[in-house]
Design a protein around this ligand. Structure first.
Ligand code: GDP
Length: 659
């Protein structure tokens, strides 16, 4: 059928074949005539009337099979187009994402199915990326909630799901891994229903379609009993039938909301977002407006890119509804509107949350400096941070003026911790102090501090403990509710950001891992005053060397050790937490006096209790003002700022006298 149309056009317009094929696709009317199952790849460089476009976000807990599913969707749609698929996986999570259990980088892809284009966007899974979740959800008209048939819905995805429901997005549930022996499809479905009820889904959202899938085996069905298990097509069909096309006007002036930002060495800043109205081609002059409607800059569209399967492809044109990347601007950023010169009103958007936490990163000055990393200088650290600043809108970077340290402001420990962890894996060594909350002053000069809304979902047995902990840290109870069966309690507090530093680990330990916490900035409010610290004193090494089991065994009774035997230690390094409030000094490197030769090997036979391994984010929230965390690719060491014991005591005395 389409060959016939092409043939006729060829003769009537006397176009060259390429122009002709192009024109077939530029004419919505002709394209509409094409049959639904167009399978020739060349015919599909740019489908698209808005009616044939779908934008969906995927919400999934890590390991529930998102990457496998998207891969299969690509494979099946590509097979229909006669294309090959390579071994790469599109939405593959990095190591860090796997460890943290959340998506850190938002990724996009798109598939062609029948004559529709489906843009698929990944959603970040944590409130530290708060503003970003909401902006990403603004690009889509529906979400695919992917749930493991054995594990059921996980609390970590609740936050993003709640945002999606609030935005009245259409929902499709995909229950994946139904092939697993442990599958509990019916229970999982019930749990999802309960979750939607709890999150106050509206009536149309409650009426969601369910697809059952085994992404790994490449099939999905709508009816688990009757349908043949052969491909992912049922999911694609459901997306097309259930999720509406973007509601936007192709004939209005061009407007585009920058939602994600990245950097390209040749083309500079890349802004990704959905075109809200109109169309543009490369070369068009546009302007950028900020959230308030203020002029930011004027620029020429140098390049338009869009995700097409695994790749980003150059497009001649960006049209309303599509998710594209635009290059050619240098000042415009996330939340700004790129628009035609005559447009005066920016698009509505969720502002980027202001940074609430600041850390200071400097060159590693420990005696073990340079032994484990390859990137050590302040020039290298500065360069890396500046690069991050180009693409990470949630970070603010300042040099300290002394040339050796940098102040980095971000939205939370998790976000800052992820940056430091990435740097460490790239070979950097540095030291970092404890995070400081970013205070502000009101118009009368009164100190304001960030207050966050903290939501904690926990086994009811621990609810009073959680309430007590947050109350003692100047938090105010906002809401409290218990699930119908009484097993889980939802607690909402307004708490100072200050009081939440290091709290997630404490929460995890004290509730035996049953609590899930989500936080989001609520407001800047008057400073709520100090509260007692719960931290104990630390155990400080008095001399350098390698730790011995002999020495550690004798120190075990004084507190909890952070180091195992046979690691490098320096004077002033913190090797454990004292069981008392005061610091304790001792030597973890002492060796047993050798009385005879045979006794020399005896160290390895000494039994030690397992030490407490300190992870990076934990270390940062653990240290106090007079302490630092030394970070290298291989180690995370805690230390006193002043390594020499006598100097430390003098400094403490001076500080006391000044008070
Ligand atoms: P992601 O973290 O959500 O992207 O999850 P992945 O797609 O990486 O999948 C996590 C693990 O689950 C991998 O080992 C997959 O092979 C496995 N997996 C994915 N889909 C299925 C499925 O349908 N059935 C089973 N049994 N395993 C699956």
């Amino acid at each position: 059928n389409h060959h016939l149309i092409a043939f006729r056009l060829f003769f009537s317009h006397k176009y060259s074949t390429t122009t002709m094929l192009h024109s077939v696709f530029r004419r919505g009317g002709v394209r509409a005539l094409l049959t639904r199952r167009v399978t020739h790849p060349r015919f599909f460089c740019a489908p698209t009337g808005i009616q044939k476009l779908r934008n969906v976000a995927i919400i999934a807990h890590v390991d529930h099979g998102k990457t496998t599913l998207v891969d299969r969707l690509l494979q099946d749609t590509n097979a229909l187009l006669g294309n090959q698929v390579h071994g790469e996986r599109v939405m593959d999570s990095g190591d860090l994402e796997k460890e943290r259990g959340i998506t850190i980088l938002s990724k996009c892809t798109s598939v062609l199915f029948e004559d529709h284009r489906i843009n698929i966007v990944d959603t970040p899974g944590h409130a530290d990326f708060g503003g970003e979740v909401e902006r990403i959800l603004n690009m889509v008209d529906g979400v695919l909630l992917l749930v493991d048939a054995a594990e059921g819905p996980m609390a970590q995805t609740k936050f993003v799901l709640m945002k999606a429901l609030k935005k009245s997005l259409k929902l499709i549930v995909v229950i994946n891994k139904v092939d697993r022996n442990e599958e509990r499809v019916e229970d999982t479905e019930m749990e999802i229903l309960e979750l939607f009820e709890e999150l106050k889904a509206n009536e149309s959202q409650m009426d969601f379609p369910v697809c059952y899938a085994s992404a790994r085996n490449g099939w999905s069905v709508l009816d688990l009993e009757k349908d043949e298990r052969k491909s992912m097509i049922p999911i694609l069909r459901t997306i097309i039938s259930h999720i509406p096309p973007p509601a936007c006007d192709l004939n209005a002036p061009f407007r585009f909301l920058a939602t994600l930002m990245s950097h390209n060495d040749h083309l500079g800043r890349f802004l990704t977002g959905r075109v809200a109205s109109g169309r543009i081609s490369t070369g068009t002059i546009l302007k950028a407006l900020n959230l308030k409607g203020e002029f930011v800059e004027e620029g020429k569209v140098m390049k338009i890119l869009a995700h097409r399967g695994l790749k980003q492809e150059s497009l001649d044109e960006a049209v309303a509804g599509d998710i594209v990347t635009i290059a050619g601007f240098s000042a415009a950023s996330v939340s700004d509107t790129l628009c035609a010169l005559e447009v005066e009103e920016p698009l509505e958007s969720d502002p980027i949350d202001p940074p609430t936490l600041e850390i200071r990163i400097s060159v590693n000055s420990s005696p073990l400096q340079g032994k484990e990393g390859t990137k050590l200088t302040s020039a290298q650290i500065g360069e890396r941070l500046r690069k991050e600043n180009l693409t990470n809108v949630a970070l603010d970077l300042e040099g300290s003026g002394d040339g050796v340290s940098f102040s980095v402001k971000g939205r939370g420990e998790l976000q800052l911790g992820i940056l430091l962890e990435q740097m460490r894996r790239e070979g950097f060594e540095f030291e970092v102090g404890p995070p400081q909350v970013v205070f502000r002053l009101d118009e009368n000069g009164k100190k304001l501090e960030p207050i966050e809304e903290v939501q904690i979902d926990v086994d009811s047995a621990y609810s009073s403990l959680v309430i007590e902990k947050l109350s003692s840290r100047k938090g105010e109870l906002n809401e409290l509710s218990t699930s119908e069966d009484g097993k889980r309690t939802k607690i909402s507090f307004f708490s100072p950001s200050r009081s939440l530093i290091g709290f997630s680990r404490e929460l995890k330990n004290e509730t035996r891992g049953t609590a899930v916490m989500n936080r989001i900035l609520h407001a800047y409010e008057p400073f709520r005053g100090t509260f007692p610290s719960t931290r104990k004193g630390c155990m400080i090494a008095t001399s350098p060397g390698r730790s011995t089991a002999y020495a550690l065994a004798s120190l075990e009774s004084r507190g909890k050790l952070f180091i195992p035997r046979q690691v490098d230690v320096y004077a002033g390094m913190i090797f454990g937490e004292s069981s008392r409030d005061l610091d304790f000094e001792g030597s973890p490197v002492r060796q047993k006096k050798l009385t005879n030769i045979r006794a020399a090997g005896s160290d390895e036979f000494i039994k030690l209790s397992p030490h407490r391994e300190i992870l990076l984010e934990e270390a940062i929230s653990y240290v106090q003002e007079d302490e630092l965390v030394e970070v290298t690719p291989k180690s995370i060491r805690l230390r006193k700022r002043i390594l020499d014991g006598d100097e430390r005591r003098k400094a403490r005395k001076r500080a006391k006298n000044q008070k």
